[in-house]
Each structure stands twice: as structure tokens, then as C-alpha cells.
Write a protein that binds this ligand. Structure first.
Ligand code: NAP
Ligand code: MG
Length: 501
């Protein structure tokens, strides 16, 4: 629906006028794949064709990696004065904000994120991330070791070389920035393989990087199929590190590629089945319900740390669930190009089928299903929309209690008391994030200590920033994005031992 405050037509007109870059960006230039290969990019808001995007073959990947390696060896970026790298990356971040509307529109039409989220969250977050690492460059010190008096030993961070970044479709720009920002700041060359579903904002980022002054070869973007381009990058002997975010299955594949090639470093950020644990003494049920609902339904549940399991004390179950259902129903679901939209689309037809299948699994497993329908907005009947869905009465050990759905679906399991709550929350192959809601400070600290996850929120959910590390344990992977620790992840420590007599 269009209102004067939300001029729906503006973004449709802008989308129609847009001619996105669809070619590979290698060694500072946009060009077609050598074999002319392309793949179709589909707009999830209406299910129709958005663009034909160049598909990198093994040969194109090799071109990009060789260019990255040559650029690294040249020292033009890797040994540039860090203030020069800082200046260029700050400029990139400024250019991202100067191109806010276009980047947001690309992200929205390609991934189905609501345009409002893309403008307020995705693009500013990605730009802030790049800027934050750039600004850190002249504030981070290396070390001098406590040697005997006859020596001085320097422990310096040096760039690794060529970094291959392989990213998923759920937050294309933000996750790319989490990897590209620290990797480039540290002096590496980067080859980015965006997800097949969402290549367009990454190609715009490449264009802006060139405009900002990143030298040719230092940052390449190679759209392509995972099993072709992703695999070629993972197996390339001139790639020193793979920074991957995506599914556990593909992540483990990258460990194999590394083991069967040059033993490159691999960092993995994988999936999750994160628990939102609500104890009986929760103080503000309304605030809690809002956080629980947004914690799973934001971005239509396609968030790796989405709080997809609500583990709730039986004494507050009914009251809380009523509120969570009410919040879910109140969310405006619809066209991502309408500024009033709060929940956009599932990113692809395949993912839509997967979500709908899990809703059937939930029914078969005996859960009470609230919501659970595909939605067909006017004029967008073929788009991939699913309403916020809640499965009540879930056995945590069942499939819908254990398997990552990656859609707007919340599994609800009741427990009694904090001990059982923590035990059930920890009963998962994943360990990405968790939360605990309680008015008792020491219970909160104990739960935060005992919940096995890379991030634990207390009386909130999904607040975060580049200032803190993000990543998981168990099958959620071991890598860490964000914070100064990520600079270390793209550097190696060199010891220089100097005999001073
Ligand atoms: P995915 O299938 O693992 O894909 C991730 C990336 O790997 C894509 O670029 C993909 O390319 C590529 N790829 C696929 N198959 C490959 C292969 N055989 N060899 C090399 N590369 C390959 O994951 P997804 O479905 O895009 O994303 C959803 C998953 O990501 C979920 O499990 C979610 O939890 C996880 N995730 C985790 C985090 C985190 O930070 N922990 C963040 C976001 C998402 P194509 O696009 O061409 O398939
Ligand atoms: Mg797409």
C-alpha cells in the first residue's frame, strides 16, 4: 500500500531505471567471462528475471587470483604506507554512503531485503565496517617481546597475501564488508565470490573501490557458481586464506579443498539454531516478546544468528507466546520496494520450498503451527513471501528443534527453571548465539557463562556492532568476523630477532 509518507512509486521507478553492472571485475576492469558464461539472477519480489550475470569459470578465477598475487608482490598496496591504505578505504566508505540509494536498491531487488532496512542498516553498516578498519590502521600497535638484554625481538603483523572471500546471500554487503574491510586494511589482495543469488551489490562495491583508488588486482569480484568459481578459489594454490560464510556442508568442503591443495588457512562462519531462553522472572514481557519476534523474523528469518528456538519457562509460556504471536501478526509483510515493508521475501525459490517443507515437517512432528502460509501480495503473486510462523510444543530433539530452517519460523519449547533451560539451549550441534531473559543478575551471568555460543545477549537480542567479535563454536564454525581480532585473522605474526650484543 502506498501512503504519502511512503511513496512506493519512487523505488519502483528507480528500480526500473537501474542498469546494474553484471560483468566480472578482475584486475581493475569489468569484463565478460572468458567463455561467455552467465547465470540468471532472479528478483525474489516477483520471481521474474532481474539480469544475466557473468559466471566466472576456472580460467577467470585463475586470472583474478594471479592478478591479486601479482598486485600483492608489487607491494603497491601490501607495502603501501598504512595511511595511504587508510585514506583509500575511508574514501571507499564515503563513496558507499554517497551511493546509498543505489547500493540499497541493488541489495533490495536482488535479495528481497526491505528497502528501508537496506538504506538504514545494510549499506550504513557495511560502510561503517570499512571505515572502522581503515581508521584502526594508525591506532593498532605491534609488539616487542621481553627478550634477554642482548636482543630485541619485534613481533609484527604482516598481510597473508591473497584472500579469497566466499559469502552467502542473506546479508550480501554486510558480510562482504566484514571480510573485505579487515583483509584490505591489513594489506592483502582480496578476491570476493558473492553468492549466485546476490552478486549485484558486490559488483557496485568493486566499482566504488576502483573509484576510491584501490589499485588494479588488489580487489576483484567474481560472481559465479559455488561449485565452479567457489571451488576453484578454494583449490587455488596462490590463495593463502579462504574466509567463508555459509552452510556447514559447503564450509567443510573448503577444508577439503585446502587439504587437497596448498593447505591454505580457512576460516568458517556457518549456520545456527540459536536459542532465546526466557526464564520465569523475565521483567518486561512485552519488550521480551518484541525482541524474540524481531530476533527471528527480521530479514524473514534468513539470519545466521536468527533466534530460531524460543526456550521458555512453562510459567510464562502462555503470556509470552500470545505477545510474540501478536508482534508477528503486526509486522508489515510485502513488497521490499515499499518503504512501509518490515518483512520482505525469502531470497530464492529453492529456499522458499525449503521453508515450506519445514512447515510440513513441523505439522508432521505434532507442533501447533501459528501462521505458516505462503503469501501472494497483489501484483507480486509469484514472489517468495512467507508469513511469520511459530511452532509451539516443539520437542527440542526433533527435526524442527535441531535443523536450521533459515526462514521466518520460530520453534517453541517449554522448560522449567534455569538449569533445564540451559541444558536444552545447549542441546544443539550449533553454537552461534543465544540470549537469556531474567531479572536476576547472577542468574544472567551464570547463564551467559554456561550457554555454549559465540555471542550471548542478556535481556535483549541481536544488538551488535563492528566493535565486538562475531562467530561461533561447534558446527557454527570457528572463524571470527568484526573487532580488532579480525585484523589478526588476515595477518600473520612475524618475529624479527635482533642481536644487539
Ligand atoms: P552456501 O550454500 O554454503 O553458500 C555460501 C557460498 O558458498 C556461496 O557463495 C555459494 O555459491 C558458495 N558455494 C556453494 N557451493 C559451493 C561449493 N561446492 N564449493 C565452493 N563454494 C560453494 O550457503 P547459503 O545457502 O548461501 O547461505 C545460507 C547459510 O549460510 C546458512 O546455513 C546460514 O546460517 C549461513 N550463514 C552464516 C553466517 C555466519 O556468520 N555464521 C552468516 C550468514 C549465513 P552459490 O551462491 O553459487 O551457491
Ligand atoms: Mg538475486
Amino acid at each position: 500500500m502506498s501512503t504519502p509518507q511512503h511513496p512506493i512509486g519512487r523505488w519502483h521507478a528507480a528500480a526500473d531505471a537501474l542498469t546494474p553492472e553484471t560483468r566480472l571485475f578482475i584486475n581493475g576492469e569489468f569484463r565478460d567471462a572468458r567463455d561467455g558464461g552467465t547465470f540468471e539472477s532472479i528478483a525474489p519480489r516477483h520471481g521474474g528475471l532481474l539480469a544475466h550475470v557473468s559466471a566466472a569459470s576456472d580460467i577467470d578465477v585463475d586470472d583474478a587470483v594471479r592478478a591479486a598475487s601479482a598486485a600483492f608482490e608489487s607491494g603497491l598496496w601490501s607495502r603501501a604506507d598504512r595511511r595511504e591504505r587508510q585514506r583509500v578505504l575511508v574514501r571507499l566508505s564515503e563513496l558507499m554512503l554517497e551511493n546509498l540509494d543505489e547500493l540499497a536498491l541493488l541489495e533490495s531487488i536482488d535479495s528481497g531485503h526491505p528497502i528501508g532496512d537496506a538504506r538504514r542498516v545494510d549499506v550504513p553498516n557495511a560502510a561503517r565496517t570499512i571505515r572502522w578498519y581503515a581508521e584502526a590502521l594508525d591506532k593498532v600497535y605491534d609488539e616487542i617481546a621481553p627478550t634477554p638484554e642482548n636482543a630485541i625481538a619485534l613481533v609484527r603483523r604482516e598481510p597473508l597475501g591473497v584472500v579469497g572471500a566466499v559469502v552467502p546471500w542473506n546479508y550480501p554487503l554486510i558480510i562482504s564488508a566484514w571480510k573485505v574491510g579487515p583483509a584490505l586494511a591489513a594489506g592483502n589482495s582480496v578476491v570476493l565470490k558473492p553468492a549466485e543469488l546476490t552478486s549485484l551489490s558486490a559488483l557496485k562495491l568493486a566499482e566504488l573501490g576502483r573509484e576510491a583508488g584501490i589499485p588494479a588486482g588488489v580487489f576483484s569480484v567474481i560472481p559465479g557458481l559455488g561449485r565452479v568459481a567457489g571451488q576453484a578459489l578454494g583449490r587455488h594454490d596462490l590463495v593463502d586464506k579462504i574466509a567463508f560464510t555459509g552452510s556447514p556442508q559447503v564450509g567443510k568442503g573448503f577444508l577439503t579443498y585446502a587439504g587437497e591443495s596448498n593447505g591454505k588457512q580457512v576460516s568458517l562462519e556457518l549456520g545456527g539454531k540459536s536459542a532465546q531462553l526466557v526464564l520465569a522472572d523475565v521483567e518486561d514481557i512485552k519488550a521480551c516478546a518484541s525482541a524474540v519476534a524481531w530476533g527471528i523474523f527480521y530479514n524473514a528469518g534468513q539470519t545466521c544468528h536468527g533466534g530460531s528456538r524460543l526456550i521458555v519457562d512453562e510459567r510464562v509460556h502462555d503470556e509470552l507466546l500470545e505477545e510474540v504471536i501478536a508482534v508477528g501478526r503486526s509486522l508489515v509483510l510485502g513488497d521490499p520496494l515499499d518503504e512501509a515493508t518490515q518483512i520482505g521475501t525469502i531470497a530464492s525459490k529453492v529456499q522458499l520450498a525449503r521453508v515450506l517443507e519445514y512447515i510440513e515437517v513441523a505439522r508432521a512432528e505434532g507442533a501447533t503451527v501459528h501462521g505458516g502460509n505462503r503469501v501472494h501480495p497483489d501484483g507480486l503473486a509469484e514472489g517468495y513471501y512467507v508469513e511469520p510462523t511459530i511452532f509451539d510444543g516443539v520437542d527440542n530433539a526433533s527435526r524442527i528443534g535441531q535443523e536450521e530452517i533459515f526462514g521466518p519460523a520460530l520453534s517453541v519449547t517449554t522448560v522449567r527453571g534455569v538449569d533445564e533451560g540451559i541444558r536444552v539451549a545447549n542441546h544443539s550441534d550449533y553454537g552461534l548465539a543465544a540470549s537469556v531473559w531474567t531479572a536476576n543478575g547472577s542468574v544472567a551471568h551464570r547463564a551467559a557463562r554456561d550457554l555454549r555460543a559465540g555471542t550471548v545477549w542478556v535481556n535483549t537480542y541481536d544488538v551488535s556492532d563492528v566493535i565486538t567479535p562475531f562467530g561461533g563454536i561447534k558446527q557454527s564454525g570457528a572463524g571470527r568476523d568484526r573487532s580488532l581480532h579480525a585484523l589478526d585473522a588476515y595477518s600473520f605474526l612475524k618475529t624479527t630477532w635482533i642481536n644487539v650484543g
